[in-house]
Ligand binder design. Structure first.
Ligand code: URA
Length: 228
């Protein structure tokens, strides 16, 4: 069974079924189309689907982070992006503003994107594995990832990026379901449910260790060569 260019994995189908139940999982497109016809505010179908998906899930209470968050941080960017950047979870500023990577690390990320002739509105979509801020920015718990990862999978199926880039060790380990060092995950093309995935430094780590920037720059030149 094909869904755009991605083969739908059993994992995706199982998770989508858990999210929407049998009828929506079998016919998600037409249900969304019905909603689209009632809402002509947007003019781009992909964007519409993503916006509608956000509306469907942004009152999520599947884990305890639902009660401590200020804002559900769905994601931001170009709904037809070839590059999907995935961080671990919103921080304090992101929780306040409802947008991923808006703090100091986000400003550095914007500079890096500009150096590869992209921006958060141009050919890039940015989101996190978790859509809600963990208290005191602790690492995501496996139970939180289990509840939230299906949302990411559905975002990927709507956006259909050429490449996913996991920002930092925690995002990489979470998406690849391994307990490895950043070093061992960097520099190779992994597979994430049928989409290419690479792991690079988290921009916050680059702020703490500017001597890692040349290596990160190598990664982003490679990223550009994959998506161009
Ligand atoms: N760090 C992340 O991993 N995600 C954000 O959105 C902000 C900081």
């Amino acid at each position: 069974m094909k869904f755009g260019s991605n083969i739908i994995s059993n994992k995706y189908l199982k998770q989508t079924r858990e999210l929407y139940g049998d009828d929506l999982y079998l016919d998600f497109g037409s249900k969304l189309d019905n909603k689209i016809s009632n809402d002509n505010h947007f003019d781009n179908n992909y964007k519409l689907n993503l916006e509608l998906f956000n509306k469907q899930i942004n009152d999520c209470q599947k884990c305890s982070l639902g009660s401590s968050r200020l804002n559900f941080v769905f994601g931001v960017g170009d709904a037809n992006a070839s590059l999907l950047l995935v961080g671990e979870a919103p921080g304090e500023k992101e929780d306040l503003e409802g947008e991923p990577f808006v703090g100091r690390a986000g400003k550095l990320l914007d500079k890096i994107l500009s150096a590869i002739d992209r921006s958060r509105d141009k050919d890039v979509y940015i989101c996190n594995v978790l859509k809600c801020r963990p208290p005191k920015n602790r690492d995501p718990l496996p139970t939180e990832v289990k509840e939230c990862e299906p949302y990411l999978l559905h975002q990927i199926n709507l956006i259909k990026p050429k490449l996913i880039v996991a920002l930092g060790r925690v995002a990489g380990m979470t998406l690849l379901n391994v307990d490895n060092s950043l070093k061992s995950m960097r520099g190779q093309i992994h597979d994430y449910n049928g989409t290419k995935l690479i792991v690079t430094y988290h921009p916050a780590a680059l702020l703490r260790n500017p001597n890692w920037k040349p290596e990160a720059w190598k990664d982003f030149k490679w990223i550009r060569s994959i998506i161009d």
